[in-house]
Design a protein around this ligand. Structure first.
Ligand code: ATP
Ligand code: MG
Length: 288
């Protein structure tokens, strides 16, 4: 895919998506551009009263249905980027568009899964997953159908009537993923969603997310500290520089997501080469 994200053919078709800036909003693989991030800059005022730049000149696109991982040193602005795309803060400069529409505020087109879960302890699994649909006034029977579908998809059948305190960390994480999916956002923004669970559960959740991403066709931005996780899940991996965070490079992972198997990735030479490249790039940034 071209990093500019725009159709290079000039053969623009209506099905390519929303025209942006007078050009056709497609990638050169033919997929529509889902998220367009251009020259993004953002910062915070520090305790010394001075403004610190957290993100600078960040530009990249995410195609419809693509899963893009983001890695980079701690403090390089990954969570800031997710917060801006979610519309929870306005960038100082630059723009974010989802389907060509400028992001100004939070909206149902963008679902976020953070590391710190915000499950409602007084609601069951079913109640938590259906909460957004209730707010959207979805009729009860339809809501139950949607909730059941996602309970099954994330492997929580049999736990629908449990409360969060009765669940393991991995199960809570699945509830958070299901709750976001049930609201049917155009894009899912995930900020280290599996960081707090044990290693074995994390692998299970990664496999499940890979499967879910393919079943639902969702466009996903996935922030992680783990190069293994980033490369196993991502179609591409965005490596960021240390702060102020910029896009250092974007590495394509050659093995199609459908062909990835956790147990046999080490036998896939092109995959391990890409993983090594990501690892080296991140290590160089953290000075190892
Ligand atoms: N609310 C805030 N107020 C002031 N500074 C902030 C705030 N949020 C983030 N920062 C600063 O902005 C920079 C980027 O922070 P951010 O949380 O986006 O990094 P990150 O890449 O997500 O880090 P980590 O990998 O540790 O989660 C850091 O220097 C951080 O100290
Ligand atoms: Mg963070």
């Amino acid at each position: 895919m071209k990093e500019s994200g725009f159709c290079a053919t000039g053969s623009c078709k209506p099905e390519h998506g929303v025209p942006q800036f007078g050009r056709c909003a497609t990638t050169d693989t033919g997929a529509a551009v889902k998220i367009h991030i251009e020259k993004l800059r953002h910062g915070y005022r520090g305790s010394d009263g001075r403004r610190h730049v957290a993100l600078d000149d960040v530009t990249f696109d995410v195609a419809d249905g693509e899963l893009v991982s983001i890695v980079g040193p701690s403090g390089c602005g990954k969570s800031t980027l997710i917060t801006l795309i979610a519309g929870l803060a306005r960038p100082e400069a630059g723009s974010i568009r989802v389907d060509g529409v400028l992001v100004r505020n939070p909206g149902p087109d963008r679902g976020v899964v953070f590391q710190e879960l915000a499950l409602m302890p007084w609601r069951t699994v079913r109640g938590n997953i259906g909460h957004g649909l209730e707010i959207a006034h979805m009729p009860k029977a339809e809501r139950e159908r949607v909730v059941d579908r996602f309970i099954h998809l994330v492997g929580l059948a049999g736990f629908a009537d449990r409360y969060p305190h009765e669940l393991s960390g991995g199960m809570k994480q699945r509830v958070a993923v299901a709750r976001t999916l049930a609201a049917d956002p155009k894009v899912m923004l995930m900020d280290e969603p599996f960081a707090a669970v044990d290693a074995q559960t994390r692998i299970t959740l990664q496999k499940e997310l890979l499967e879910i991403s393919m079943v639902t066709g969702k466009t996903i931005l996935f922030v992680t500290h783990s190069v293994e996780e980033a490369t196993f899940l991502g179609d591409r991996v965005v490596v960021m520089t240390r702060g102020p965070g910029r896009v250092k490079e974007i590495i394509q992972i050659p093995t199609p997501r459908a062909a990835r198997r956790w147990d046999s990735m080490d036998e896939d030479a092109s995959f391990t080469a890409a993983r090594e490249r990501v690892m080296k790039s991140v290590r160089a940034e953290i000075g190892e």
